[in-house]
Write a protein that binds this ligand. Structure first.
Ligand code: IPM
Ligand code: MN
Length: 351
């Protein structure tokens, strides 16, 4: 198969980790006889520096022409403490999601036996936890009307959801549950928020079409607690944009390191595959960041293109590197810490 991948490394550690994802993809393509071609685009702070825009039109075109996007991270401390900055790196990510119609963000959480003791939670709570958060990604407060009134002293963000937006993400979530352990948890705040009541109403309308799936409803505050005191309860979680943002950072701790969590954003146009850890500016350029989340995102990318065996090969190599202790300092636990590129080289060689 001929594969066209757009590389969007972005900011901070993005370039270093994306390079390791590319090594894994190259190794898999050599092994399975695929031809892969890469294009490149700027996004985030580096794009603002080059073009003035955080998601330039050229980068959008590059994404449209590719089969998939391998993305690093955006963010730069230069903008973090400037609440009045006119353009922000994060706008690049939001524009990319919106323009590519990426309404579904899939964040799987799995645990690796060798790393269970890295989790802040007790072994018996974590061992065997395996769930996926499906976060709505192009609606809600992130994109609803926002602004200031009263000379800037009053601010608002609108948590707006249309029926079609809720239906399409729930459909995807029900279908995921059917392919997994057939348990869907719809997370909302329906005791307070009207938008949540719409979500719950639509979920209840749809549930009978999936009689093999056990559907339950949980308030987001309760879900936040359950992720800590009983993460094994979950199979598929579906929720709106802001709740999903918060819960997925929390969920990432269950597995022991945020440096392991991959994600896929899919929807109308080209899908984007990225680690969830962000730009980690303190580590940028030091060759110490954990590349495994990006390499696992590359596995999700391959699987999304229908290359299941290839995705499996990448996942097996990642598991092998963890078992062999070929890991970066966040996972080294007193043992030898390998560099970002050493871990990437090892995984590629193993593939
Ligand atoms: C994420 C990030 C983004 C979000 C930021 C960088 C805009 O936290 O992908 O979870 O809030 O969605
Ligand atoms: Mn987030």
């Amino acid at each position: 198969m001929d594969i066209k991948i757009a590389k969007l490394p972005g900011d901070g550690i993005g370039p270093e980790v994306v390079e390791q994802g590319v090594k894994a993809i190259d190794a898999v393509c050599r092994k399975f006889g695929h031809k892969v071609e890469y294009s490149f685009g700027y996004v985030g702070a580096c794009a603002i520096d080059k073009t003035g825009s955080a998601f330039p039109e050229e980068t959008y075109q590059t994404c449209l022409e590719a089969d998939a996007v391998l993305f690093g991270a955006v963010g730069d401390p230069r903008y973090d403490n400037d609440p009045v900055a006119k353009v922000r790196p994060e706008q690049g990510l939001l524009a990319m999601r919106k323009q590519l119609g990426l309404y579904a963000n899939l964040r799987p959480v799995e645990t690796f036996d060798a790393l269970v003791d890295k989790s802040p939670l007790k072994r018996e709570l974590v061992e065997g936890a395996d769930f996926i958060c499906i976060r709505e990604l192009t609606g809600g407060m992130y994109f609803g009307e926002k602004g200031r009134r009263d000379n800037g002293d009053t601010a608002f963000d609108t948590n707006l959801y249309h029926r079609y937006e809720v239906e399409r993400i729930l459909k995807l979530a029900f279908e995921y549950a059917q392919r997994r352990r057939k348990h869907l948890t719809v997370v909302d705040k329906a005791n307070v928020l009207e938008s949540s009541r719409l979500w719950r109403q639509i979920a209840q309308e749809m549930a009978p079409q999936y009689p093999d799936v056990v559907t339950d409803y949980m308030y987001v505050d309760n879900a936040a607690m359950k992720l800590i005191n009983g993460p094994k309860f979950f199979d598929v979680i579906v929720t709106e944009n802001t709740f999903g943002d918060i819960l997925t950072d929390e969920a990432s701790c269950v597995s022991g390191s945020m440096g392991l969590l991959a994600s896929a954003s899919v929807g109308e146009k080209t899908g984007v595959f990225e680690p969830i850890h962000g730009s980690y500016p303190q580590a940028a350029g030091k060759n110490i960041a954990n590349p495994l989340a990006t390499i696992l995102s590359a596995a999700m990318l391959l699987e999304h293109l229908g290359l299941a065996k290839e995705g499996r090969a990448v996942r097996d190599a990642v598991a092998a590197s963890i078992d062999a202790g070929i890991v970066t300092e966040d996972l080294a636990d007193g043992g030898k810490a390998y560099s970002t590129s050493e871990v990437g080289d090892w995984v590629a060689a193993h593939i």
